[in-house]
Write a protein that binds this ligand. Structure first.
Ligand code: FES
Ligand SMILES: [Fe+2]
Length: 345
């Protein structure tokens, strides 16, 4: 069976406020992981499976900087080494250790490296600096679990043509001139749409008058499945700087082969202390993805089952160009990763 996920890669594990002194369990790439913070606030991640009888460590609790298993009280430090055995003479069995994962808190998110720890380099995380710039930008963040393989969601996010069919709630102005372009810069893929002389959509209209304008939606993809959407509106023929930018982050982490953690953040640099605007943005986002995209993607997954999409000989349309490039880049990286792992054995 061909490997369909990239192991040596950074994935978003959660939002920083989700990880605290209470252990958090999250399955990532089919592996159960437990997240917690040390007393100094540093986030750590271990396999969520005790070395003794494989009870989830997340059922236990923090004892200082160590996590104590709920079942028989073994304690593990952040490196996965057992530091305390309350049984017998207290000797620590050699097998009493669990895998530790490398984390990086960067750009306002907690990232996890699922591959070889020696290759974990935080500078490989794609640029999400606006997401990390909470002084100038505010973020409406959220999470949804999707019963579909992450690549189907990547396809959805890189395909900007479905908006006019499925997202009737966004009320995208119909009369504008549309221009779509796919660009690839190294391993970065852009799916870029311009709608000149069109009416602003529901999101734009929170900050922009309902009059003919130039709008854009530029989705940037980086492996394995992290996307940045530059959405904006400006006056007819005006530079983008004269308008409003409403970017968003779409961060997909495979949970299992058929389920995905979807972390999203909608950003803005105006009216940043306005809970009413936060709520309206959240409602627009939930309506667009949870109520409109997600039911279709989950039904698509149910039809496809465990088959690989491209093996089903799908009909290809012009708007699939960006998603196909992303699949190609990722496929090559997965193959290279597998070859490197085999060579190292
Ligand atoms: S299962 Fe964890 S100590 Fe026994
Ligand atoms: Fe959508």
């Amino acid at each position: 069976v061909a490997q369909s996920v990239l192991r040596n890669a950074w994935y978003v594990a959660g939002w920083p406020e989700e990880v605290g002194r209470r252990p958090l369990r999250r399955v990532i790439l089919n592996e159960p992981v437990v997240f917690f913070r040390n007393e100094n606030g540093e986030a750590s991640a271990l396999a969520d499976s005790c070395a003794h009888r494989f009870a989830p460590l997340s059922l236990g609790h923090m004892h200082g900087d160590e996590i104590q298993c709920a079942y028989h009280g073994l304690r593990f430090d952040r490196t996965g080494i057992c530091t305390h055995n309350p049984h017998g003479d207290g000797a620590i069995p050699r097998a009493a250790r669990v895998r530790a994962y490398t984390l990086s808190e960067r750009f306002g998110a907690v990232w996890i490296w699922m591959g070889d720890p020696a290759r974990a380099d935080a500078s490989l995380i794609p640029d999400f600096s606006i997401l990390g710039d909470r002084a100038n930008w505010t973020a409406v963040t959220g999470y949804t679990n999707v019963r579909a393989n992450y690549q189907l969601i990547t396809d959805n996010l890189l395909d900007l043509s479905h908006v006019q069919f499925i997202h009737t709630g966004l009320r995208v102005g119909g009369s504008g001139v549309h221009r779509h372009e796919v660009r690839q810069d190294g391993d970065t893929v852009w799916s870029m749409l311009w709608r000149d002389n069109s009416l602003p959509n529901a999101l734009h209209k929170l900050f922009w008058p309902d009059e003919a304008s130039d709008t854009r939606a530029h989705m940037r993809w980086n492996a394995p499945s992290v996307m940045w959407l530059d959405v904006g509106v400006t006056g007819r023929g005006q530079p983008v700087e004269a308008g409003v930018a409403l970017p968003s982050a779409h961060l997909l982490t495979p949970e299992t082969d058929g389920t995905t953690h979807y972390f999203f953040a909608f950003l803005r640099d105006r009216d940043i202390h306005n809970a009413e605007i936060d709520a309206r943005i959240r409602a627009i986002g939930v309506q667009a993805f949870n109520n409109e995209d997600k039911p279709v993607i989950e039904a698509q997954q149910a039809n496809i089952g465990s088959a690989e999409l491209m093996a089903l000989n799908p009909a290809l349309l012009a708007p699939d160009a960006a998603a196909l490039r992303a699949r190609r880049v990722l496929g090559r990286m997965i193959a290279d990763d597998g070859a490197a792992a085999t060579a190292a054995e």
